[in-house]
Design a protein around this ligand. Structure first.
Ligand code: CA
Ligand code: CA
Length: 546
């Protein structure tokens, strides 16, 4: 590993001699150099078992992910082929008998379904070469019921011993709502907030905290950038002050790695999310804005951008009031939510993608969202975790428990969408490219909202390091021109949701003389004529302003 780093340093030095080193104030042409200095990332959530299978055992694995890393980021910012993401959130990967692996049996290994620790190390070094930071899902609210500590605790309780391993969990002889799960062969009950297979750790016990320190150190030593903390909501329970625990956990991890990055899961209203930022944690998932009924999908569907930008500013202000370093964690869906393509059509998907990805903070794209994977049903979790579709003509042989058959995606698999400049996938690539070229988008504070007579078009100004961008969304079905109240403006990028026809289709229609005005207008881009910004229907524009 050290050898690789030295070699990379030498290569960088040689590259600097030939190209001239850029100072940190230079404009960035890719996020790679920039991102390595801070915690801002375009994250991609991988459900490991459903992503790519390398050995035909019908389960996705680390070698499978490695084989598809070029799709996520090929390490060349100018290749244009890849998605350009620079962060990965790995769903649970530690040994567990469940397919979702949220009940951990061993915190220091990789589940054999997914590979080995060597595979993980190889995955990490491949990510390092591409400038991708990796965060792993860490479940510290509970363990698996066959975790050795829980098994030992139950054994000891059979002999009436309460002061050994039993202290790691929460037991009582009084059956109650909290202590509802019986320990076989004893008169004890334990707390298992979620299921009997998931006994809650005693988060107040020093022994548990010492154990968590070992776990954190182990994975940070493996090179992970940080953690996605599962079930933060349940840290607060009958025995523990959850915020005290979260503060301790974050500080503890920071003690091992100064720039550790942590994002918490608490499926809650905005007010509760605001307060969690007081613990010092970098990010909390913004559930208020996510999902079929969230602010992003609603604004994409109904187009009232005035309300959207005001909601966004309020949220951004509030989290930064609690913690000036707060990084909003923006997303549309995750593994616990119905696929967003079940609710939105292609144009709305593109608009929603622009809304969340151009918001300040980190964006989290759930694998397959970028190609419009649909959930086969809306009643079980497994249907939100169906296999990634790399090629509609060659469906993967991955089997997801509880899901009958892998289906083609309506909009095409990765292979089909990569070659179409107007595909949903290409819209994601374009958005990430715009974000990488304009670091203010993620890092800026929203200083003001920008409103016009028409409530369907609105924007906001983000300011970062003295540089200002205006981000404007047109949610209407009409081409709209607005006059900007600025000294100067320069168009930095745009995304047009209604450009659903590929250039090929349009030119084909043109030669047949059948092209309609509406079809040609669908391929317009945003344009700027001094201070007059003209935006196509359902589009977003990023402008550098002064
Ligand atoms: Ca496999
Ligand atoms: Ca708990």
């Amino acid at each position: 590993m050290k050898k690789i780093i030295s070699l990379l340093l030498v290569i960088c030095l040689i590259a600097c001699i030939f190209t001239g080193c850029k100072s940190s104030n230079d404009p960035v042409d890719s996020n790679k150099a920039f991102a390595s200095k801070d915690k801002y990332r375009n994250f991609y959530q991988i459900w490991i078992g459903s992503f790519a299978d390398s050995n035909d055992d019908e389960i996705g694995d680390f070698q499978g992910i490695i084989s598809q890393l070029d799709y996520l980021n090929d390490g060349d910012p100018n290749s244009g082929y890849d998605l350009g993401i620079d962060g990965i959130w790995l769903s649970p990967m530690m040994p567990s008998y469940s397919y979702h692996k949220y009940n951990v049996e061993n915190y220091f290994d990789i589940d054999k379904d997914f590979g080995t620790l060597d595979d993980f190390d190889q995955f990490m070094s491949e990510c390092n070469e591409r400038g991708i930071k990796v965060i792993i899902d860490l479940v510290v609210n509970h363990s698996a019921s066959n975790h050795p500590y829980f098994l030992k605790a139950c054994d000891e309780l059979k002999e009436g011993k309460e002061d050994g391993y039993a202290k790691y969990y929460n037991f009582s002889k009084e059956k109650s709502e909290v202590y509802s799960r019986p320990v076989t062969g004893t008169d004890y009950y334990y707390e298992g907030e979620f299921t009997a297979e998931m006994p809650d750790w005693n988060l107040s016990y020093k022994g548990t905290r010492d154990y968590f320190e070992e776990i954190v150190k182990f994975w940070l030593d493996k090179g992970v950038a940080g953690f996605r903390l599962d079930a933060v909501k349940y840290f607060t329970d009958y025995h523990t002050d959850g915020d005290e625990f979260l503060t301790w956990f974050y500080e503890m991890a920071k003690g091992y790695k100064e720039d550790v990055y942590m994002v918490g899961e608490d499926w809650e209203e905005a007010g509760i999310i605001y307060d969690k930022y007081e613990t010092g944690i970098d990010s909390m998932f913004n559930f208020k804005f996510a999902g079929s009924d969230g602010a992003y999908a609603s604004a994409a569907r109904f187009g009232v951008m005035k309300d959207f930008v005001n909601q966004l500013k309020k949220f951004d202000d509030n989290i930064k009031k609690r913690n000036k370093n707060a990084i909003n964690a923006n997303f549309l869906t995750n593994h616990d939510m119905v696929r967003i393509y079940n609710t939105l059509d292609e144009d709305e998907m593109k608009m929603a993608a622009a809304l969340y990805m151009l918001s300040p903070g980190n964006s989290y794209t759930y694998y397959g969202e970028e190609i419009g994977i649909e959930a086969p049903n809306t009643t079980n979790d497994a249907s939100y975790r169906t296999p990634m579709i790399w090629d509609n003509d060659k469906l993967p042989g991955i089997y997801v428990s509880g899901v009958a058959e892998v289906e083609k995606t309506e909009l095409g698999g990765v292979k089909q969408q990569l070659v179409d400049d107007n595909s949903l996938l290409s819209t994601y690539r374009r958005l990430i490219k715009i974000k990488n070229e304009n670091p203010e988008i993620a890092r800026g504070d929203i200083t003001e909202t920008v409103e016009f007579d028409n409530t369907e078009i609105a924007g906001y100004i983000v300011e970062y390091d003295g540089s200002k961008l205006m981000i404007v969304h047109n949610g209407s079905e009409e081409e709209t021109t607005v006059e900007l109240d600025v000294d100067s403006a320069e168009l930095r990028g745009d995304v047009v949701a209604t450009a659903s026809k590929s250039p090929d289709e349009v030119s084909e229609e043109s030669t047949q003389g059948a092209v309609k005005t509406s079809a040609s207008s669908k391929n317009q881009r945003a344009s700027l004529n001094s201070n007059k910004l003209t935006m196509p229907p359902k589009s977003s524009a990023v402008l550098k302003i002064s």
